[in-house]
Design a protein around this ligand. Structure first.
Ligand code: SF4
Ligand code: SF4
Length: 393
């Protein structure tokens, strides 16, 4: 395992970090499969992973309890635990932030957090109102001075103007967490954001390196291209190597959901070598193949859930994207590349009726929560039309 250090303070954090938002679930429920997840964490720890990233909202509040309990068996100084202040859950005053912070320490069973983040900054007005106006940012800096936070940063889903504002506001950020992967490098302006961190000498932690798994489920022609180039390496390893090749990246988070992924990631990170010119050319071709398919850029983060009307937004987008990858969208929208959409229709109809796109009332509440700025209601309307087209056949 490779270890890297923050620019602001010496650390020794593993390049692979364990994201705690996608633990395996007990089938048919939203409950963490604790036995399986604990075995995964133990394996990662024993193979050099020392960075674990949880949040107040992950697994409906149960991720913190779980990771805290599992890490209890290891010496506190042998791992870094990261947690986040969720500015959008009704924090109106610094007292609310204090209550949440204490609750997080208690849920995790720790005296301090190593890394602590303002979670998912995405709108200037929220940053102004909650973090500045209500004094939450100042409170967190005070916790850092008191030692209950070792390194303070923020995770980010906003635009360039907001990132400049946050970076210029304070010169004491230790790190920022950005969504970086080879697709978003240009598509979501990740390149600009990354360079801004470099300019401000703020270290970068990467989230969504495989875009919620979508850079693993690539079109067949891309899979072949990668396999011809590196037959022994997994498709996911390309995405990890890409972000690990950025020198200001200190840790890359992976929200692993099964032991196979943990083992594959450990192998990738143990054998990491910076990308070659030829590998960048392959990635470029893969990006072009991907964009041709018209995929919805959903990362399955579930921030938009639960929809009050029952729509299972990430599940529906996953069905759509799979059909788009396989050229199985009905003709009506996909033009010459589509067919009747039989598999698409079958998967859609296998969803319980109360979770289908047909329940969408276009209230647009979910759109305010989506870090990818997806026009969810419009896409649901489109999917309803596709289903009708597939039914007509
Ligand atoms: S726009 Fe549709 S999917 Fe989104 S919250 Fe409203 S009803 Fe649910
Ligand atoms: S629609 Fe947006 S918020 Fe919802 S799961 Fe997808 S990326 Fe996340």
């Amino acid at each position: 395992m490779q270890y890297r250090s923050l620019q602001s303070m010496p650390t020794k954090q593993s390049l692979l970090g364990f994201g705690c938002m996608r633990f395996p679930l007990i089938e048919g429920t939203q409950e963490i499969d604790e036995k399986q997840a604990e075995a995964m964490i133990d394996y990662a720890y024993q193979n050099g992973v020392n960075y674990f990233d949880t949040a107040y909202i992950y697994h409906e509040g149960k991720s913190e309890n779980f990771i805290g309990r599992v890490l209890k068996k290891y010496p506190r100084t042998s791992f870094y635990l990261a947690d986040k202040m969720p500015g959008w859950v009704g924090i109106k005053s610094v007292e609310d932030a204090k209550r949440i912070f204490e609750e997080q320490l208690s849920r995790c069973g720790v005296e301090y957090f190593d890394f602590y983040l303002l979670h998912a900054l995405n709108k200037e007005k929220d940053y102004e109102k909650v973090y500045l106006g209500a004094g939450v940012k100042e409170y967190l800096f005070e916790e850092k001075r008191q030692g209950r936070i070792k390194y303070l940063g923020f995770s980010f889903h906003g635009d360039e103007k907001l990132l400049k504002r946050v970076l210029e506001d304070d010169d004491c950020w230790d790190f920022a967490q950005l969504q970086i992967n080879y697709l978003d490098w240009n598509m979501q302006n990740a390149k600009t954001f990354y360079k801004l961190l470099e300019d401000h000498q703020v270290s970068c932690i990467v989230m969504e390196p495989v875009r919620g798994g979508s850079l693993v489920r690539l079109p067949e022609e891309s899979v072949q291209l990668m396999k011809e180039e590196k037959p022994d390496q997994s498709i996911a390893s390309w995405a990890f190597n890409y972000v690990c090749s950025l020198p200001n990246v200190v840790t890359v988070l992976s929200g692993m959901s099964n032991m196979e992924q943990v083992e594959d990631n450990i192998k990738t990170f143990h054998n990491f070598k910076p990308m070659t010119v030829r590998e960048y050319e392959v990635i470029q071709q893969v990006v072009e193949n991907y964009l041709k398919k018209g995929i919805i850029p959903c990362t399955a983060c579930r921030y938009c859930m639960d929809c009050a009307f029952g729509v299972d937004i990430p599940a529906i987008f996953a069905i759509y994207n799979k059909a788009a990858q396989n050229n199985d969208l009905p003709m009506m929208v996909s033009g010459s590349r589509g067919n009747r959409g039989d598999a698409f229709l079958a998967e859609y109809q296998a969803l319980t009726a109360k979770h289908q796109a047909h329940q969408c009332t276009a209230c647009r509440k979910c759109e305010k929560l989506c870090p990818q700025n997806i026009k969810i209601a419009d896409r649901m309307f489109e999917i309803k039309q596709l289903v009708s087209a597939a039914q007509v056949g």
